[in-house]
Design a protein around this ligand. Sequence first.
Ligand SMILES: Cc1cc2nc3c(=O)[nH]c(=O)nc-3n(C[C@H](O)[C@H](O)[C@H](O)COP(=O)(O)O)c2cc1C
Length: 450
Amino acid sequence: MTPAKLLNLGVLIYGCGHHQAAWMMPESSIELIGNVTYYQELARIAESGFLDAVFFADNQSFPATTSTEIPAFWFDPMINLTAISQVTNRIGLVSTISSTFSNPFTASRQLLSLDHISKGRVGWNLVTSMSDWEAENHGMDHLPSRERRYQKADEFAEVMDKLLLSWNRGDFSPNRSANHLINEQNIEPIDHVGTYFKVKGPSTTPSSPQGKPVAMQAGASDQGIELAAKYADAVYSVSWNLKQAMEYRNRLEQHLVKQNKPIRHVKIFPGLVTYIGRTKEEAYSKKLELDKRLPLENAIKQLSYFIGEDCSKWELDERVPSLPPIDSFTGPVGRYKTILEIVHDKEPTLRELLGYISAGGGHLTLIGTPEEIVDEMERWFNLGVADGFNLMPPTLPSGLKDFVELIIPELQKRGIFRKGYEGATLREHLDLVPPGSRDRSPQRGNYEEE
Ligand SMILES: Cc1cc2nc3c(=O)[nH]c(=O)nc-3n(C[C@H](O)[C@H](O)[C@H](O)COP(=O)(O)O)c2cc1C
């Protein structure tokens, strides 16, 4: 096999952008976030830069407790992506799906439907969700423990795999003269009976034009990575720095080895926040304009949630106190680890810490000219710690437009990004082996420090 030479890029569409102050900017798109044409336009911009996919995160609650909460999950992601599929031709369409709250029969049916509608452009990102607010909307008093969520996620992924492949498109073969419509002998129940799900099957819908929708996973605990090693084609990860990215790749590799199957390559797409300028000064001034407008009350509330501790009484301009070690933390570990890393690297004041996490919550953040930004992206790519990135523009649409106009040409110049779509399906864009095949895709780099 020839080594993969191109990196992959998705864009995570979120409200007016990932910086919490994005909506406050004079030219922001805030009035449009309940308008489907806004999302369609964003997807068209991404497609004009030949991106692999548009991606939606999800949160199934809206605990509006301050006047600056953004209803960023206004639309259900699958419905939004269906609308987007109608105005785009090539770009992939990835929806986050929670195994804690979803029913695998409905979820797989929706994915297959959209995959047929979009001619094979669908992916899904399996998460186990994060908040009691969401649980309370789904007949639960609180979010189940991580242990139980991941047990359920494992069974969910298993049932999804069965349903997504429960019968072949080729078994629908209408022939009027022979009075024949389907090969019914090939369309059998899946008869799944487990701890969390009982599903007879098969699906109403045949398997997808790309074999199977692309499976992604997000969640950085050991249980999350184990799940990815078992089922995912790719992961959406969070890495603040190269050290974290290397650690993550190594952990994933270890879990892949533990699978006791021929080793396969799971693609890693860390989130990436970029402030792009024609000069370094211009890039920093874009960040400053946003930071100046940060709604502090919300940012403090979010930080308190991420670290499981009330920080509303902390002094804004004093150093953040030391935080408990990871082992004693019971919430989502991924983000907490990152916050520990930022606090360790930068010894920030509360205000500075809020600035770092206000756009993307501790994902890799690159500020500078296209050359400087692409240098770092290329470094991660060549080291094998990133197969691409999930873009998290601080502002939308302007941050995405900057990326398409300034970064894409630089990536193309260096020969590491496509100049046009070659394939039609998301699986082809990502150069993934078809389902069933266990070949290991090529691996670059050795995940070691240079
Ligand atoms: C990069 C990243 C993105 C995530 N996106 C979502 C999301 O959109 N919706 C959601 O409910 N959970 C999301 N999660 C969290 C997952 O729900 C995860 O299963 C849960 O919080 C447990 O996380 P842990 O494995 O990191 O402890 C995300 C996690 C990471 C690391």
